[in-house]
Write a protein that binds this ligand. Structure first.
Ligand SMILES: Nc1ccn([C@@H]2O[C@H](COP(=O)(O)OP(=O)(O)OP(=O)(O)O)[C@@H](O)[C@H]2O)c(=O)n1
Ligand SMILES: C[C@](O)(CO)[C@H](O)COP(=O)(O)O
Length: 231
């Protein structure tokens, strides 16, 4: 299903996966018959929501050219950067002759292979008339503590704390400008934080808990479990 607004996908996939401690970047690890990144890109492409998918890949990456999906006619490759935000900006620049300033861009981690078509369309439909955009996020099912070293200093009202997921959906021009203006700022760990630093107030859309980020070794088994449940 094509949304009524023009959308592009940007996929940062240039990380090294330090916390995974594997013999290759985590996006190339096997998961349910494919690599992690093949699942992620296939889900984005099959959602029917995007004009093109721009993927940021490290310039020293020997794995990407080996995947047939790297030659897909709707996939554009851009050079990755030092930090995630640099990779996202690079992929946005690769779309500059295709995307219009007011088109929507959904930035989605290569390391989140369990994203569903339902969540993509929920996010687009919820935010398509918003002036800023927003992110998929998860509420907390646990009581939350503020801690200094190993000592609790406060209990936080959980209605004010959400876990940021991806996709993160913003207007092409606004996101590019925000990432350029906040370049090098270590506080920018996602797209929303770049916009927040400039005074914008992005929205949250409640996402699914199975949209996990593969970060540590045990996450692969969890992703496999979720994929079996989704099938
Ligand atoms: N310079 C970077 C760093 C990260 N990413 C991408 O951003 C996403 C989320 O980042 P994270 O989970 O932190 O991945 P890594 O940086 O690879 O992991 P680690 O922090 O454990 O090294 C991943 O798809 C990763 O490939 C990227 O494109 N460019
Ligand atoms: C963008 C992100 O996936 C939102 O949770 C996250 O900020 C990137 O990963 P990291 O673990 O913060 O590097």
């Amino acid at each position: 299903m094509k949304p009524t607004v023009q959308c592009w996908a940007v996929v940062p996939a240039a990380g090294v996966g330090k916390r995974m401690q594997a013999d290759r970047p985590k996006q190339y690890l096997p998961l349910a018959g494919k690599t992690v990144i093949e699942h992620t890109l296939t889900r984005l492409l099959e959602s029917g929501a995007f004009q093109k998918v721009a993927v940021a890949i490290s310039v020293e990456d020997p794995y990407w050219p080996e995947l047939s999906i790297s030659k897909h006619s709707d996939v554009i490759t851009a050079p990755g950067g030092k930090e995630r935000a640099d990779s996202v900006l690079s992929a946005l620049k690769a779309l500059k002759d295709l995307a219009s300033e007011d088109d929507w861009v959904l930035v989605h981690d290569a390391a989140r292979p369990c994203l569903t078509t339902a969540d993509i369309h929920l996010q687009i439909e919820t935010l398509k008339n918003d002036g800023v955009g927003g992110i998929l996020a998860l509420s907390s099912h646990d009581t939350l503590k503020h801690v200094d070293d190993d000592t609790i200093t406060a209990t936080i009202d959980r209605k004010h704390v959400w876990r940021a997921l991806t996709p993160q959906m913003f207007k092409y021009g606004m996101l590019r400008d925000a990432l350029q203006q906040t370049e090098g700022n270590p506080a920018v760990t996602d797209e929303a934080s770049a916009l927040e630093l400039l005074g914008y107030k992005p929205k949250i859309v409640e996402g699914r808990p199975d949209n996990i980020k593969i970060t540590r070794p045990e996450d692969l088994a969890l992703a496999q479990f979720y994929m079996e449940q989704q099938a």
